[in-house]
Design a protein around this ligand. Structure first.
Ligand code: ADP
Ligand code: ZN
Length: 663
């Protein structure tokens, strides 16, 4: 069935390893890629669990090219297929997409190419694939390997189901049209199927295999670590200010800011624009063409920051997303990890920043309990109590992470059952260990203040009010209610408001205080507060951290990271910027996203190696034969020009912008 035998001389030019080098320009496989490729080439089914950016695409693209026939790739988002196909075409691979967005003429052209056996890869939407007509068409292509080479179609080489977790109702991206894909295994007995996802959670994983008929498939789980992502959590104080500071360290870079509600995405995007940031909002409530516009503008670097709900993301193929900010607390560690994972797919340094606010956990909790009505379009179904319980449990894990004082990477990977020996050296805790202090006395002051207010009035007050009482404010309400007579009035006057805010937040998150969202977020004591109040327990807390990582810190660490990656070769930053500008020009001419031409990682390597000949350029990761032919001269000319001393007069990039801050 396999058209090549790995050892035979005829096999050499079409072996997967040769294609990896010649077509994709990569010197080596990443972990597990080769096993998966070989398994599929040999006709086996595979279930592949890899983190975003791990390199799943090659795992089915290479076998589809090696095996006779066309590889059929099922992908949930039509908007993405075009970019994936463009990237393959740029590398010289014969690929096409077939979906409802094509004009009649284009669609006929794709089908003609399919029947002529000209396509190595065909991307289809699940609902298109599973129509009787289309299935019949695929069966009509014949058995794999039946057509003599070069003479017409030779069947389906394999099926690849991308974002396979969409088939499971357990996952967060359930798509009804995916359910039908479960029939494929029975319908095409001789054709290998590969399903891949980045969703780590074990229930979803098992459910996906079951639903796709892949219970017997070989399972490949690669490590979930994303070493180039730096995780940072800071206390949310003035989020806009914090965000602007953070963005100042990421000038001219692409990133995503996740918010909890649709309304907030628009507010934040507006404010960022008012401060001169090229930002756009994205959520499921926007018209489809607006969403497409934002996604395209982001892919083409015309919008640098997308402020979005979780609706933005699945399969964002842009490999040079340099940062992901969570403006609000995500509901689960799974979604946090998946969302942050959208940064740095090219392997270059990326930042994940979480702003953790005082009331955030309570807001999310009430959304879960109320079914998220009116939030992200999941309104209108009854909340199954078991499900609520699981979601609250997951939220608590998320809060535990955000409030944690140990290495973030250790905590994250530990959550996914992957032991990681801390310190990682690339998270806020490892880079700058938090200062702790004995907070027992202060905690008792706060708890007894909450208690006295309850005792006196029979109901609770919000955080701000409690702090006013603690600090002895002469606020009129306090005086008229007589709260200045409480024994706890003014006992915390020597500590700042911010300090109390942070302390109370930590007390809430550790379960000593509860916040009643339905009643103006009034505070009340929990059972856990008792031993602390009685003095049977001591409490160690972290001093709050509110400063986002500065540009200087970032540059220092990034430089170190890059130097190690490129085996000590320093990256010429000015050249890197010029290479990026050239890439943008070429991409615009062809109307494709910049990363389709070359990734940032490839350009960085070029700026370090400074290739002088085609052969040297081919040595750079990401430069294959077709790209060499297409773009080689332009990039070599630019490198040569700079080597001979020619450069933009003021050291800025030729497009007039300031040098970027990646290195
Ligand atoms: P995902 O698993 O998220 O689908 P992709 O397949 O898009 O990831 O790959 C992520 C990035 O890694 C891409 O830019 C891709 O070109 C690059 N990549 C994949 N495999 C290799 C490899 N063996 N060597 C170098 N880069 C690779
Ligand atoms: Zn760490």
């Amino acid at each position: 069935m396999t058209p090549t035998s790995p050892a035979g001389p005829a096999a050499a030019p079409r072996s997967a390893r040769a294609l990896l080098r010649e077509v994709f320009g990569f010197a080596e496989y990443r972990p597990h890629q080769e096993e998966i490729v070989d398994h599929l080439v040999a006709g086996g089914d595979a279930f592949v669990l890899m983190p975003t950016g791990g390199g799943k695409s090659l795992c089915y693209q290479l076998p589809a090219m090696v095996r006779a026939g066309t590889g059929v790739v099922v992908s949930p988002l039509i908007s993405l297929m075009k970019d994936q196909v463009d990237a393959l075409l740029a590398a010289g691979v014969s690929a096409a997409a077939y979906n409802s967005s094509l004009e009649a003429g284009e669609a006929r052209g794709v089908l003609r190419a399919l029947h002529a056996g000209e396509l190595d890869l065909l991307y289809v939407a699940p609902e298109t694939l599973m129509t009787e007509g289309f299935l019949e068409r695929l069966r009509g292509l014949g058995e794999p390997g039946s057509g003599a080479a070069g003479s017409g179609a030779a069947g389906v080489a394999l099926f690849a189901i991308d974002e396979a977790h969409c088939v499971s109702q357990w996952g967060h991206d359930f798509r009804p049209e995916y359910v039908q894909l479960g029939r494929l295994r029975g319908l095409f007995p001789g054709v290998p199927i590969m399903a891949c996802t980045a969703t780590a959670d074990p229930e979803t994983r098992d459910d996906v295999r079951l639903r796709l008929g892949l219970a017997d498939a070989a399972v490949y789980v690669t490590g979930f670590d994303r070493p180039n992502i730096r995780y940072t959590v800071v206390e949310k104080r003035e989020p806009l200010h914090q965000l602007l500071q953070f963005l100042a360290a990421h000038e001219r870079e692409s990133g995503i800011v996740y918010c909890l509600s649709r309304k907030r995405t628009e507010e934040v995007a507006d404010k960022l624009r008012a401060h001169g940031v090229e930002a756009a909002a994205y959520h499921a409530g926007l018209p489809a063409d607006e969403r497409r516009r934002v996604q395209d503008a982001f892919a083409r670097d015309e919008v640098s920051v997308v402020v979005a709900t979780v609706a933005f993301g699945m399969g964002i193929d842009k490999s040079d997303v340099r940062f992901v900010v969570h403006h609000d607390l995500p509901k689960t560690v799974e979604s946090y990890y998946q969302e942050t994972g959208r940064s740095g797919r090219d392997g270059l340094p990326a930042d994940a920043l979480l702003l953790f606010g005082l009331g955030d956990a309570a807001v999310v909790r009430s959304l879960i309990e109320g079914g998220g009505r009116g939030q992200n379009g999941d309104e209108g179904f009854e909340r199954d109590p078991e499900r609520v319980r699981i979601e609250i449990h997951k939220l608590n894990s998320m809060v535990g992470y955000a409030d944690g004082l140990s290495c973030r990477r250790e905590a994250l990977l530990g959550y996914f059952g992957e032991p990681y020996p801390a310190p990682c050296g690339n998270c806020d805790i490892c880079l700058e260990p938090p200062e702790t202090f004995d907070a027992t006395e202060q905690a008792r002051m706060a708890l007894s203040c909450v208690f006295r207010l309850w005792e006196r009035d029979g109901f609770g007050y919000g955080v701000g009010y409690v702090i006013d009482v603690l600090r002895g404010s002469e606020n009129e309400k306090i005086l008229t209610r007589g709260h200045d007579a409480l024994s706890t009035y003014g006992i915390g006057a020597e500590l700042s408001r911010d300090h109390w805010q942070s302390l109370i937040r930590q007390l809430i998150h550790r379960g000593y205080l509860a916040q009643d969202i339905a009643r103006y977020s009034a505070l009340r004591l929990t059972e856990a507060a008792r031993p602390l109040l009685r003095g049977d327990e001591t409490l160690i807390m972290a001093k709050p951290r509110v400063r986002v990582p500065s540009k200087k810190q970032r540059l220092r660490a990034d430089r170190a990271g890059r130097a190690a990656d490129l085996a000590g070769m320093p990256v010429d930053e000015a050249l890197f910027d010029e290479l990026r500008a050239l890439r943008k020009r070429l991409a615009d001419e062809q109307n494709v996203p910049a990363y389709v031409v070359f990734s940032d990682a490839t350009l960085a390597e070029m700026a370090a190696r400074r290739p002088g000949t085609s052969a040297e350029l081919l040595e750079v990761n990401g430069v294959g034969q077709t790209k060499l032919e297409r773009y080689g001269d332009a990039f070599l000319a630019l490198v040569a020009e700079r080597a001979s001393g020619g450069s933009a007069p003021d050291g800025s990039a030729p497009d007039g912008s300031a040098p970027g801050g990646l290195f």
